[in-house]
Structures are given as structure tokens and as C-alpha cells.
Ligand binder design. Structure first.
Ligand SMILES: [Zn+2]
Length: 437
């Protein structure tokens, strides 16, 4: 042996005396075996105490993120001593991004100083290279998998090792480009989210149909990167709308994540239609040509917008008696009215109206028998017979006036005057419309 080991033993004795605990120094632990704490938002640390195990043997202490191996000369720490090739190796878990390692000093042999604290990577610094002092090693230029301590000449003891490392915390920032928002994690270290980092807003052009047409968000985005519920906003120019638009126009749908806003423009084609109520139209029956025409302000209402239902018509005490005949222009002699009802799918018209009563005269030729072809499926009214019975007499008296076209310009009043509820007529008409389908 030489004088160096004597110094080391002397140092050990000094520690024992200072500690004043003659009996069980070896069982005193300065640190828990391993403790992990987060010291900053993106940095965490773990400490391993290196003071347990059998004296004068190699020891390895294993924690969550690293392990420490060295020689336990005595019971309260690993001893680093170049003369005996007693080194200390800190081995880091794969992928651990080490920022700093701290070594808490136990005893320091006489004459030892920071120059004896030789490190395999980074650089060491220490305010007081004495017992209880902490040597900090940092400035690692590259990622390191281990850090080895060796001693140039004098020995020292290490009671614990603390490793600081980058602890990834997501920190997403968002950028928008057109219809797409991209999330980027700016947290330290590697982010484990590598897919679903974009969100896209889309909308198709549509034809005006009275329904709302909105935009949609893609659904394959990562909900950690995009953690909130995102609402689509709609704009007509600079005007924000309450919801998805209905009317024709060019719209912009937007979604905002963080400070980034993606948008898409789309068009609802068509023109706004305010339906014309047939009640305000003029219904004209041409008995010669067996046609019913409807005009509004002199303009012909297209036949595709409505359908016609014929009723027999009879004035009775205090009102009128109408009975549904069918949708074919009547051929049988009698007095009728024609009701026009807007088709359900009409984009331009609503409501219904009726003609003035008109009369079909009895034919003198024998062809009349074949004309009594009232559709049996339509003639489901029990009152059909009574009206038919009357129609022949009515026909003879009113034929002169009613044979040619009859017109009503104020159907609502006309209906009321005739004692027939417009609502009742409408109800009859709608029943018919439903049967048709
Ligand atoms: Zn992340």
C-alpha cells in the first residue's frame, strides 16, 4: 500500500467522527433510493443514493432512468480512486436526454480538489469540493449514454447521483394554410405524436334547396394535438352568420385552433324564391278546350307547379254542395268547379285556389254514354249521386252564361260568398293530393 490509501482511511475516520454516530453510520441514508421530481416544465430529475450494499465490493444501483455502478469501499458511498482503478459509471436509459448530472460528495481525501474529478463527458463545476459539496457536470455536446468518473490522484466518495433530463411536455403550436391547420409540438425532446397533426375544413358547392349547407372538419386528427371541440363559423363576406347558410350565395366557413384559422369557400347556387300563393292567382276554365289555366299578374303559372281537381258544384240553401269528381276534366253534363293546388315539390308556388262554377252542357249526340267515364277509383264520394242528379237541370238553365270561360279574380271572397270554406276546399284538395302519391 502507499500513503494514498492511508489518507483515504484517515478521511473515513474523520467522517465517522464528524457524524458522531459510531454505531450505525452505514445505515444512514442521505437520500431515498430513487426519487424522481419535475424541476421545470420540461425537465425532470432522478436521484439515486449510492450508500447501500456490502462494503468493499462492486455495487450497481438501478433507478428508473439510469443506473450507477462503482466500488463501495465503506458503507456510505462509492469511492472513486484512480490509484485503484475505482471508477464510477452512470449509465442512462436509452433515449434519455441528459442535461445535467449532480454528484453529492462524501468525504474527500486530503489534497483532493475539482481537478481530480475527471469526467468522460461535459465539464464539472463545484462551489466547495468538500463533504456535502455538489459537483455539477453539464455541457454535454451530444447525447450521452453514460458518464464515467475517474480520479487523477486523490480519492473521493460519492453519496448520491442526481440526473436531470428533458421530460417531454406537449406544447402545440398551430399554423394555418388555406383549408388546413397543422399542429407542431414544440415541447423539449421527441414528441410521440407523429400522425394526425393536421385538421382540414371542407365544404362542397350545393344547389339551393331550402336546406342548410355547411362545412365539415376532417376526423382523423389526433385529439391530443387538437384537444378541444372546434366550431365551424360561417361568413357571408365579413358578416358572421348564426349557422350554416341556406340561401344562395358564396360563403366562407372557418375553423380556428389556437391563433390559426383555416377556411374554405363554397357556393350555394340558385336564386332565392319567395313562393307565390296560388290564392292570389287567377284560375280560368276553358270548357271548349277542356283546360284550366292559372295566371299571376298576367303571367302563366307553369302546369308543372300545380295540379287540378274537379268538383261538382251545387248551390244549396245557405251554402254550396261540392263533391270531388277527379282530376280529369269532366265530360258529363253538370256544373263544376276546378280547384288548383300547388304541388308539394313546387319551388315557386304554394296554396290553392278555385275557379268560378262552370257548366258542361248535355251533348245532343249519342256519344254521351261513352263520356260518362267518371273514374270509378276517384268517384268515392257518397254525395256524387245527388249532385249528378241536379246537374242535368242546372246545365240547361245556366248553360248560356257558363259555357264559355269563367273567371274569378277574387277567389277568397268568392268562396266565402258562396258559403264554402276555403279551408274545407283545401282539405279536400290535400286528401286528393295524398291519394295521388
Ligand atoms: Zn409533444
Amino acid at each position: 500500500m502507499n500513503k494514498n490509501i492511508k489518507r483515504l482511511v484517515a478521511g473515513t475516520l474523520a467522517v465517522l467522527m464528524v457524524a458522531g454516530a459510531s454505531a450505525n453510520v452505514g445505515s444512514v441514508k442521505l437520500f431515498s433510493d430513487t426519487a424522481i421530481t419535475a424541476s421545470a416544465v420540461n425537465e425532470a430529475s432522478e436521484t439515486i443514493a449510492t450508500d447501500s450494499g456490502s462494503e468493499k465490493s462492486d455495487q450497481t444501483y438501478t433507478g428508473e432512468n439510469f443506473s450507477v455502478s462503482g466500488y463501495l469501499y465503506d458503507s456510505d458511498g462509492l469511492v472513486v480512486y484512480g490509484s485503484y482503478n475505482w471508477g464510477l459509471t452512470v449509465t442512462f436509459a436509452s433515449g434519455l436526454k441528459v442535461t445535467k448530472v449532480e454528484f453529492t460528495l462524501g468525504y474527500v481525501s486530503g489534497g483532493g480538489n475539482l481537478d481530480d474529478f475527471v469526467v468522460s463527458a461535459g465539464s464539472a463545476s463545484c462551489d466547495a469540493f468538500t463533504k456535502g459539496g455538489v459537483v455539477t457536470v453539464d455541457g454535454f455536446e451530444d447525447e450521452i449514454s453514460e458518464l464515467v468518473l475517474s480520479d487523477s490522484e486523490y480519492g473521493y466518495q460519492i453519496n448520491s447521483v442526481t440526473v436531470y433530463y428533458e421530460n417531454h411536455t406537449h406544447g402545440f403550436e398551430y399554423t394555418a394554410d388555406g383549408d388546413t391547420i397543422t399542429a407542431q409540438c414544440t415541447g423539449n425532446g421527441d414528441c410521440d405524436i407523429t400522425e394526425g397533426l393536421t385538421m382540414t375544413i371542407s365544404a362542397d358547392d350545393a344547389d339551393y334547396d331550402g336546406e342548410a349547407h355547411g362545412a365539415a372538419l376532417s376526423t382523423d386528427y389526433n385529439t391530443t394535438a387538437f384537444p378541444d371541440e372546434y366550431e365551424i363559423e360561417y361568413y357571408l363576406g365579413d358578416t358572421k352568420l348564426d349557422g350554416a347558410p341556406v340561401d344562395p350565395g358564396v360563403y366562407t366557413a372557418k375553423v380556428t385552433v389556437g391563433d390559426a384559422t383555416a377556411s374554405v369557400e363554397y357556393t350555394i347556387n340558385g336564386t332565392v324564391v319567395t313562393p307565390i300563393d296560388l290564392e292570389n292567382c287567377e284560375v280560368t276554365v276553358d270548357t271548349d278546350n277542356k283546360t284550366v289555366s292559372v295566371t299571376y299578374n298576367g303571367e302563366t303559372v307553369p302546369e308543372s307547379e300545380y295540379h287540378v281537381i274537379f268538383f261538382t258544384y251545387e248551390e244549396i240553401e245557405g251554402g254550396e254542395n261540392v263533391t270531388r269528381v277527379g282530376t280529369e276534366f269532366p265530360t258529363e253534363a253538370g256544373t263544376y268547379i276546378a280547384a288548383v293546388v300547388a304541388n308539394d315539390d313546387s319551388m315557386g308556388y304554394i296554396g290553392e285556389n278555385r275557379s268560378e262554377p262552370f257548366t258542361i252542357e248535355e251533348e245532343t249526340e249519342s256519344s254521351e254514354t261513352e263520356s260518362s267515364d267518371t273514374d270509378s277509383s276517384e268517384a268515392d264520394s257518397s254525395t256524387a249521386d245527388s249532385s249528378k242528379a241536379d246537374s242535368s237541370s242546372t246545365a240547361s238553365t245556366s248553360s248560356a252564361a257558363a259555357t264559355s270561360a269563367s273567371t274569378t279574380t277574387n277567389p277568397a271572397t268568392g268562396a266565402a260568398a258562396a258559403g264554402m270554406s276555403a279551408l274545407a276546399l283545401a282539405a279536400a284538395a290535400f286528401v286528393t293530393a295524398k291519394k295521388k302519391k
